[in-house]
Design a protein around this ligand. Structure first.
Ligand SMILES: Nc1ncnc2c1ncn2[C@@H]1O[C@H](COP(=O)(O)OP(=O)(O)OP(=O)(O)O)[C@@H](O)[C@H]1O
Ligand SMILES: [Mg+2]
Length: 255
């Protein structure tokens, strides 16, 4: 069984079916890139996997544990959603840092809440781990900076450190560089690439095709709420089997 298994995931908003039975799997330590046209359901997929939305159908299993199975009911409690979410980390396009907190406070907030303690030793440990994470994303000098004092690329790297702080089993990115100027894109992609090389298990929704080709072990092309084609990057970018994939990629090349 794969490390992450997503089977037949479905989600409708009102009458509109946005995910129409979407399936994929991912092995531990692999990076999956998700590409596809706007409105195809990529963000909805990540939101369902992170229990910001609840899917209407399908099954999600991680590390051998089924954490969502619609056939057993979809009415999750807030506590269940929060527990399920701990398997995963999510980095948004728009960083979503807390503006009133420093970089270090942004990274340590969730671990502090989860630890639920005032014990000084444990808090010092959490702080040291947060500082190490910020150092890992190249921000060892910015621990006490507030988001407005950081560039977009630096803010996104804080967001990555924050997502790593609870040691997620799978890390998800939703177009992590599309809000950034081109010169800041590289520094964020380098961090993601470094995580891939260190063996993180990741799903990256991206428009950066060169990055997807270089870093991912698998590429998923999502169109109309379902997987239209999946395969290694050499297949998807080199000789796509589906006409829809070919059309999408050639439109990008023209644009
Ligand atoms: N909360 C919601 N309520 C109603 N419709 C929604 C909601 N969220 C998403 N949708 C619709 O679902 C469809 C898929 O949206 P989604 O954001 O998942 O696409 P996407 O593939 O991430 O697109 P993009 O590349 O532009 O980010 C769209 O038609 C969108 O309008
Ligand atoms: Mg999206």
């Amino acid at each position: 069984m794969a490390f992450l298994e997503v089977k037949d995931l479905k989600k409708s908003f009102g009458g509109a079916e946005v995910l129409r039975g979407l399936s994929f799997s991912l092995e531990q330590g692999q990076t999956l890139s998700v590409i596809g046209p706007s409105g195809g359901g990529k963000t909805t997929l990540l939101r369902c996997l992170n229990f910001l939305e609840t899917a209407d159908g399908g099954r999600i299993a991680v590390a051998g544990e089924t954490i969502f199975d619609a056939s057993r009911g979809v009415g999750l409690s807030e506590a269940e959603r929060r527990k399920n979410r701990l398997h995963f980390g999510l980095v948004f396009q728009s960083f979503n840092l807390f503006p009133q907190y420093t970089a270090l406070e942004n990274v340590t907030l969730a671990p502090r809440l989860l630890a639920g303690t005032r014990e000084r030793e444990r808090l010092a440990e959490i702080e040291a781990e947060g500082a190490a994470l910020l150092k890992r994303v190249g921000l060892g000098e910015k621990l006490r900076s507030y988001p407005h004092q950081l560039s977009g690329g630096q803010q996104q790297r804080v967001a990555i450190a924050r997502a790593l702080a609870l040691r997620p089993e799978v890390l998800f990115f939703d177009e992590p560089t599309s809000a950034l100027d081109p010169e800041l894109t590289g520094e964020v992609l380098r961090v993601i690439r470094q995580l891939a090389e260190e063996g993180a298990t990741m799903v990256v929704v991206t428009h950066e095709m060169r990055f997807a080709a270089a870093v991912s072990s698998q590429v998923l092309f999502i169109d109309g709420g379902a997987v239209a084609e999946a395969g290694p990057p050499e297949q998807i970018f080199g000789s796509p089997r589906e006409e829809r994939t070919r059309r999408f990629l050639s439109q990008l090349a023209d644009g």
